[in-house]
Design a protein around this ligand. Structure first.
Ligand code: CA
Length: 725
């Protein structure tokens, strides 16, 4: 198409899309226009249409100004070679533009920047195409995920981004569709259902990956009980090319592919296929052009507890594994299991980084991962050979990894079959999906690490009766969450929770430096050739650290907590750093921590873009009044409140917070006014707020249950109200 026609087409599209499809907002920042544009941009300078292919992504090192794929290149090192913003100039870094993402849920997206266009997603799998110089919206796409689907999401209605390839943008929606859009217009080209069973609790939050004419996508849902798999689709037609299951299905049925015979031999005695088995690939899928491999980061077991899932023992392949497939056929080349017989929700879905490095005097092509279990793995990516496995955080569940067998050596004293135990890392891991960044010149990985223990105890019902009932539509972990408050006290004094940004050497296991953070749940990381390490934190600060010693050189207060990873790009000689602000995601449970930006100011999602001498100012939000209002009269008995506590923590607490203290993202039920209490049953049973994601729980709870939950909420509100007086 001639450029003039592209321009006209874009102009028409901008007007049409902008007019008809302006989204309904979740929220807006008070007093803020949806977009702030720093300079007038005429249609003559409309961005060009993104046209990237394998060769361009393969040669991404020759295009340091772009961010062409999820981890910038196929290697996913997330290191920017740009150096205009550096240790000497970073003091002049300021806001160039920002957009209100019209969301108060977690934002986890990595923007893709191709030439002068940026493609970024928000909550509910919505896609924005923006002019990367100004933030001007080119098009917007809403896959219209039903609000009720939020109940199937363990970790909020998040999305981690798109893939851009040959003039198309690929996004996967929370409700399980893979969608191809025209990169120039946002028009839907095709939409494929990727779910094998739409009645099960599947969700997609991860970014698709694309290579060799195929789009690859997995899904999540292991907390509820699903069977994991990854599917490859033809990028042009959307036809399925292959599908690889990560755990075996019903043994009465034939194996879908030969690898399932190997996997099935490691599952013993249970009825895992009824629950699902787990092993969902909800985040990391990495393509390796050196071997035409596709690496899958496989998640935890479903349920979490091995004794319920596979009572006869066994490793339960391919849970918590890194699996290498032939990208063309989906045939397995090798696997490495980080946590055999996973018992803790120790996913290996964390981002995988590819590199060429010298190991023990030999040049190796390696794959690196810091999965939840606390060990940092360096594997030979040709054959899966284990090269290193150093602890990168405190981990008490295993003493070390035996380098001969490649297996972790568990500490039997930390087993929780009989008694509850504080285990490190807890279920959110020593590192979660928040991306790390690798500087290959220095051989240093910058890791957003966490030490947050969980009190693990076997489910009371299983302990008392030896049976476990899978509840469709509920959390099925096998862990005692209903009585979690008591379990925590039974487990004794917990290890300290902390967040640490670490400069870590994967070969020696040594830290060059570490920065302590007030809260553990922080953002992804970007290192740059300007010798800076960027990271946003839960206090709402976006920081730049000296890459050599961790000294903080620059900080920007966004008044909104961060989870997403930053990226950097360059257009017309100007380097930009972009990051989304907005927290939540997998850590809604711990709840109200006073210094969190989400608790202080709320959670108004934004995309922030910085450049040297940028001078846009963010409006300062008001501090939220968190005074607990007067509660309705307490009519319930002590026993009903106790029962309500259990029901609350089994059904409500994962989002609304431990002991009804929410973290500022999902509503804090202690703050409900009496008028809202009057609607409590309609909300919980009739689903009158389902459009927000609060679907009906009438399949799991009856009216008496809801009365008891409300009584517990009122009792917690009264306790905290009295304590505040
Ligand atoms: Ca999990």
């Amino acid at each position: 198409m001639p450029n003039a026609w592209k321009t006209i087409l874009l102009a028409i599209t901008v007007v049409a899309i902008g007019f008809f499809f302006y989204p309904v907002s979740d929220s807006t920042t008070p007093g803020v226009n949806p977009k702030v544009v720093t300079d007038e941009t005429s249609i003559d300078t409309a961005p060009t249409i993104a046209l990237i292919d394998d060769q361009r992504i393969n040669n991404a090192e020759t295009e340091p100004g772009n961010w062409l794929a999820y981890g910038r290149t196929y290697e996913e090192q997330r290191f920017s070679p740009l150096e205009q913003i550096n240790q000497q100039t970073v003091g002049k870094l300021g806001l160039a533009w920002f957009t209100d993402m019209r969301s108060n849920r977690a934002l986890e997206s990595t923007p893709i920047v191709v030439d002068d266009m940026m493609f970024v997603t928000s909550a509910w799998s919505r896609v924005y195409a923006l002019d990367a110089r100004t933030g001007r919206e080119i098009w917007y796409y809403d896959p219209k995920v039903p609000g009720e689907w939020a109940r199937k999401a363990c970790c909020d209605v998040v999305n981690r981004g798109v893939a851009v390839y040959k003039g198309r943008v690929y996004v996967a929606s929370l409700d399980g569709y893979l969608i191809a859009l025209d990169a120039a217009t946002g028009t839907e080209i095709w939409r494929k259902n990727t779910l094998i069973d739409r009645s099960r609790d599947y969700t997609i939050t991860g970014a698709p990956r694309v290579a060799r004419g195929k789009v690859f996508i997995g899904n999540g849902g292991a907390e509820f009980g699903v069977r994991g798999y990854v599917t490859a689709y033809d990028a042009v037609t959307g036809e399925q090319v292959w599908r690889f299951y990560t755990v075996p299905g019903d043994p009465a049925k034939p194996f879908e592919h030969p690898e399932m015979a190997l996997a099935a031999s490691t599952w013993k005695g249970g009825e895992w296929w009824k629950i699902g088995g787990g092993g969902t690939v909800w985040n990391s899928i990495v393509y390796d052009p050196d071997f035409n491999h596709l690496y899958l980061g496989v998640g935890n077991g479903s349920p979490w507890t091995r004794v319920i899932r596979s009572p006869g023992g066994g490793d339960n392949l391919f849970l918590s594994s890194i699996v290498a497939l032939d990208a063309d056929t989906g045939v397995m080349k090798w696997y490495y299991q980080t946590t055999p017989g996973d018992n803790w929700d120790y996913t290996a879905v964390q981002d995988m980084v590819l590199a060429d490095m010298e190991v023990d005097g030999v040049d190796r092509k390696v794959l690196m991962q810091a999965p939840k279990n606390g060990f940092f793995y360096v594997l030979n990516r040709e054959n899966g050979e284990l090269l290193r496995a150093h602890k990168y955080v405190s981990a008490n569940w295993a003493t070390h990894v035996d380098m001969e067998s490649g297996r972790p050596v568990e500490d039997p004293a930390l087993g929780y079959l009989e008694d509850s135990k504080w285990v490190l890392p807890g279920a959110i891991g020593g590192h979660n999906w928040q991306a790390m960044s690798f500087d290959k010149r220095k051989g240093i990985m910058y890791i957003p690490a966490m030490e947050n223990p969980l009190a693990y105890a076997m489910n009371d019902e299983w302990k008392n009766t030896g049976t476990y009932k899978h509840v469709v539509g509920g959390w099925n972990t096998g862990i005692e969450f209903g009585r979690i408050v008591q379990v925590m006290s039974e487990a004794g004094d917990p290890p300290k929770a902390r967040g640490i940004l670490k400069a870590f050497n994967p070969l020696t296991g040594k830290e060059s430096w570490a920065v302590e953070q007030l809260h553990y749940w922080n953002g992804g990381v970007l290192a740059t050739a300007g010798e800076l390490v960027f990271q946003g934190n839960s206090l709402g600060e976006f920081n730049a650290f000296n890459a050599d010693n961790g000294e903080r050189l620059w900080s920007f207060n966004a008044y909104t907590a961060f989870l997403a990873p930053p990226i950097s790009y360059k257009i017309d000689g100007v380097q930009y750093v972009a990051i989304q602000a907005g927290t939540g995601g997998g850590e809604l449970f711990t709840g109200e921590v006073p210094h969190l930006a989400s608790v202080k100011y709320g959670n108004f999602g934004k995309l922030l873009v910085f450049k040297l001498n940028g001078d846009i100012e963010l409006p300062v939000p008001n501090v939220i009044d968190r005074t607990i209002p007067e509660q309705p009269e307490m009519l319930a008995s002590e026993a009903d409140v106790k029962r309500g506590e259990r029901l609350y923590h089994e059904n409500c607490g994962f989002c609304h917070g431990l002991m009804v203290r929410a973290g500022g993202v999902i509503p804090d039920l202690r703050l409900m006014p009496k008028a809202k209490h009057a609607l409590f049953k309609q909300i919980v049973l009739d689903g009158i707020l389902s459009v927000n994601g609060m679907a009906s729980f009438s399949d799991l709870l009856n009216e008496t249950d809801v009365d008891r939950i409300e009584a517990y909420v009122i009792s917690r509100a009264n306790e905290d109200r009295q304590a505040a007086e």
